[in-house]
Design a binder for this molecule. Structure first.
Ligand code: KG4
Ligand code: ZN
Length: 339
């Protein structure tokens, strides 16, 4: 029997430097060094600072991942790395490190699409999960519903026409004075508030079911200005609860419509916003109502990590996807499924 390849995954697309080692279904290590504290004082990720911090962190993080896994460099069979989407300077650090490892060890390097990897994170906690299924993509840069028809077949069936849901969480958090990253802060504040503010009149919801987050963000900002102009103070907890409910339901309603249209009975969530407590609650409840099974990655695998990169690499290898050449470059924008 052929042995499972031992894979090193590397992730540096935004503000987390991460490396993981995977062998078959066994995740041997997943080390994450976060830069959140560094970027918080700027209210968001500063690309130049992110790249420089990835440079200092990447080799120690890879060493720690190998040591924790008890694997020597020479035992690795393949390297997988996020090459997009993300911040180009940040991506280049991981891509360069991966190419150097692959070249010096004489092993292949696989170019991993970050969002496909977020979806693949579900295979770690649910090894029984098999396509076809729908993935509700909810990250800082992408939002929509993806049909996963095979381990290497991804097709977006619905996407946002402007901002991503995570971007909206972060921008609204900033508008109400909460620190970066805004998503978890809004999640916490929403638990203390009541969703009693109507930011989008249901009558004005787009009839074609298309997703859009920029209008919602502007509606929150306008609401805050109006309250201020009246000399009043907004109730931040209610603003957070109302925004979160609207933002999440836009996406879960779309996911449920797609599930009904396609008749697919399994739904997974993917990306940082899948850590959101209301998204988890609402998608499970609505999915169950139409007879769907709903999976979520564990909280630690919702936001950026290299375990998902290693898993995605494993599936690319299993599906015969060719490795990249040593001319692999970073891509700031990438479509899911390459279309
Ligand atoms: O997937 P991710 O780690 O990075 C990208 O690929 O973009 O997602 C980051 C996003 C940020 O916008 C962050 O605010 C959001 O995920 N996020 C959350 C929560 N945790 C992280 N949004 C809402 N609720 C949360 N609990
Ligand atoms: Zn991500």
């Amino acid at each position: 029997m052929k042995k499972d390849p031992i894979i090193l995954g590397i992730e540096t697309s935004c503000d987390e430097t991460s490396a993981a080692v995977l062998c078959g279904d066994k995740l041997l290590s997943n080390i994450i060094s976060s830069q959140i504290d560094i970027h918080r004082r700027f209210g968001g990720v500063v690309p130049e600072i992110a790249s420089r911090n990835h440079l200092t962190a990447v080799l120690p993080v890879i060493d720690e991942a190998l040591n924790t896994a008890g694997i020597k460099k020479t035992e690795l069979d393949a390297v997988g790395v996020t090459y997009g989407a993300g911040l180009v300077g940040a991506l280049l650090v991981g891509v360069s490190a991966a190419k150097a490892f692959a070249y010096s060890l004489g092993i292949p390097v696989y170019a991993v699409n970050h969002i496909e990897a977020h979806i693949a994170a579900n295979y770690i906690s649910a090894p029984e999960l098999k396509p076809p299924f729908l993935a509700v993509v909810a990250s800082g840069g992408h939002t929509g519903v993806c049909l996963v028809n095979g381990i290497n077949e991804f097709k977006m069936l619905a996407s946002t026409s402007d901002d991503a849901i995570g971007e909206a969480f972060d921008k609204v958090a900033r508008a109400v004075g909460l620190p970066y990253p805004g998503g978890p802060e809004i999640d916490k504040r929403a638990k203390l508030g009541t969703p009693n503010i109507v930011f989008i009149d249901p009558k004005n919801k787009r009839k074609d079911g298309a997703l859009s987050y920029s209008g919602l963000k502007t509606a929150v900002v306008n609401y805050l200005h109006n309250v201020e102009q009246r000399g009043e103070r907004p109730d931040i907890n209610d603003v957070c609860a109302s925004f979160q409910k609207t933002a999440v339901e836009l996406l879960t309603d779309t996911a449920i419509s797609v599930a009904k249209e396609t008749g697919i009975k399994t739904i997974v969530a993917a990306g940082g916003v899948s850590a959101n407590s209301y998204l988890r609650e609402k998608l499970c409840a609505d999915g169950e109502k139409i007879g769907c099974t709903v999976h979520f990655p564990p909280m630690s695998l919702c936001t950026d990590n290299a375990a998902m990169i290693a898993v995605r690499t494993r599936d690319m290898i299993a599906g015969g996807v060719p490795p990249a050449g040593l001319d692999l470059n970073a891509a700031s924008y990438l479509k899911i499924g390459g279309v």
